[in-house]
Design a protein around this ligand. Structure first.
Ligand SMILES: NC(=O)c1ccc[n+]([C@@H]2O[C@H](COP(=O)([O-])OP(=O)(O)OC[C@H]3O[C@@H](n4cnc5c(N)ncnc54)[C@H](O)[C@@H]3O)[C@@H](O)[C@H]2O)c1
Ligand SMILES: [Zn+2]
Length: 379
């Protein structure tokens, strides 16, 4: 692979992937039980004298003391700032609160913002770091599967506006991504499964061998159980796939769009359910199976592709059928998601497992067909 290199792991770090972005390159380091060793590496990669750890109460209570202790042991002044949990918190009010907290604690260019939590914290804290004093160093310590393999890699940071999700943001690459898989022990299994949907996605669009590995006997189940022997190499591979895409297409020219596989319908499902009942990764699982079926119908992928994908996702306990909203509701929701005005969406289709590309399709071509006998459905 060109962009991501498997780097040598040393000390407590068991696996390492390099995100190759020239002078903005950074390592993703993975291990089991390595949280207490983060401080030294954060100091080394940022040269910071001061760290502000941003987290949510549930995660902070469990993991912030260990992280703060290790930062102090490494010679940094270290503070903890909490933001309320929930994606609704990823907003400009909280960004302002973070600026206030950074100022109150004397944060300057020698300070580092450390995001400890899921993708919500990473996006929010990252955006504060990107904009405070026109940008100060930033480190990701992701604690959800989704944040480990997806949100913490690639430098996209930002917040929601009342008008829509992720409408304000920046590109601000972290100096280091520090992944301790032991933190996943407290993550509810539904959240775990939702994160593994993005892992399956990485294989489905770019790596047949990896997908086949995930299909192997007992692998999905071992992942859900967080068996480190199985989990670490799988997370490493998923991180390497994302890192490679980012290295080759930092600002979303084309390749990075493939990561949107399953996401067109996922966003529609999230809109239609009001972002409540369905987790993002759960919606992605449904959207991927749907997109694979569309690919079969378009003749780009062999019959059976969608079923194969569905079977794997179901082993994580994921639902693979779209909720039964009317076609008209899907059409409306798809229109909301469309940021550009042109009539077509770059819809990601499969060319067999492990290969994907985008096709410009109209909303009418993308939306689910009216169900037989189901035109007038509830909701
Ligand atoms: N920047 C990107 O490239 C990118 C990519 C994908 C998603 N995202 C963003 O990421 C966010 C979703 O991330 P997420 O799925 O991690 O959600 P999240 O950050 O909201 O975390 C999900 C829930 O799990 C809890 N949690 C986190 N770690 C835990 C742990 N170890 N133990 C127990 N509970 C824990 C959180 O407090 C929260 O309640 C969204 O805001 C999305 O827009 C960003
Ligand atoms: Zn996603």
């Amino acid at each position: 692979m060109s962009g991501a290199r498997r780097a040598r792991a040393s000390g407590p770090v068991q696996r390492s992937v390099e995100v190759d972005l020239g002078e903005r390159s950074y390592p993703i380091q993975l291990g089991s039980g390595i949280l207490a060793a983060a401080g030294g590496e954060i100091a080394r990669h940022t040269k910071a004298h001061h760290a502000v750890v941003v987290t949510v109460p549930g995660v902070g209570r469990r993991y912030a003391p260990r992280l703060l202790r290790s930062l102090k042991e490494a010679g940094l002044r270290a503070h903890r700032v909490e933001v309320p949990d929930g994606d609704a918190t990823k907003n400009l009010t909280q960004v302002k609160r973070l600026y206030d907290a950074l100022l109150a604690r004397g944060a300057d260019r020698h300070s580092v913002v450390v995001a400890l939590g899921g993708g919500m914290v990473g996006d929010l804290a990252g955006f504060a770091a990107a904009s405070y004093l026109r940008g100060i160093p930033f480190v990701q310590v992701p604690t959800t599967v989704l944040a480990m393999v997806d949100a913490s890699i690639g430098g996209k940071v930002g917040v929601n506006l009342p008008q829509g999700k992720n409408l304000v943001g920046a590109f601000h690459q972290p100096k280091l991504v520090w992944i301790d898989v032991e933190t996943l022990r407290s993550l509810p299994s539904r959240q775990r499964a939702a994160g593994f949907a993005e892992v399956v996605k990485a294989g489905a669009i770019l790596d047949l061998g990896f997908f086949e590995h995930l299909e192997g006997e007992g692998v999905a189940e071992a992942l859900m159980d967080l068996d480190p022997e199985v989990l670490l190499p799988v997370l490493e591979r998923a991180c390497a796939i994302k890192a490679d895409v980012v290295a080759r297409d930092e600002r979303e020219g084309g390749l990075r769009m493939l990561l949107n596989f399953g996401h067109t319908l996922a966003h529609a499902v999230e809109t239609l359910t009001g972002y409540r009942k369905v987790l993002h990764g759960e919606a992605v699982a449904m959207g991927m199976v749907y997109a694979a079926r569309r690919s079969e119908a378009l003749g780009t992928t062999p019959a059976g592709t969608a079923q194969r994908l569905a079977r794997l996702l179901q082993r994580f306990g994921l639902e693979t059928e779209l909720p039964p909203f009317a076609r008209s509701a899907y059409l409306t929701a798809l229109r909301v998601d469309k940021k550009k005005r042109d009539a077509r969406i770059h819809f990601v289709i499969l060319r067999g497992i492990g290969r994907a590309e985008t096709l410009p399709l109209t909303l009418a071509e993308i939306a689910p067909a009216a169900r037989r006998g189901g035109a007038k459905r509830r909701r």
